[in-house]
Design a protein around this ligand. Sequence first.
Ligand SMILES: [Zn+2]
Length: 92
Amino acid sequence: MDGMKTPSPEELREMLEKAQKEAEAALAKLSPEERAAVERRAKEMMEKDEAERRELLEQARKLVGSPKASECPHCGAPAGRGSVCEYCGGDL
Ligand SMILES: [Zn+2]
């Protein structure tokens, strides 16, 4: 009655190899189109993550930047000390 026996390192490695072979077999069963679709989906998920991260950064930048109005609202150049942007001439 020792069902809770911890697997030996060798058994663990065997399990890992088996899982890897099964994953490879599953991929091999896919047609090239299906495999491309799987890879495309993985890429899309990564790009979505990237876009969300960038959007979050942009929002944080706006939150931090807006109270000080340190940027020209017209062209985004760093605002100087005057009331007019020295880059585009717009009102600050
Ligand atoms: Zn400007």
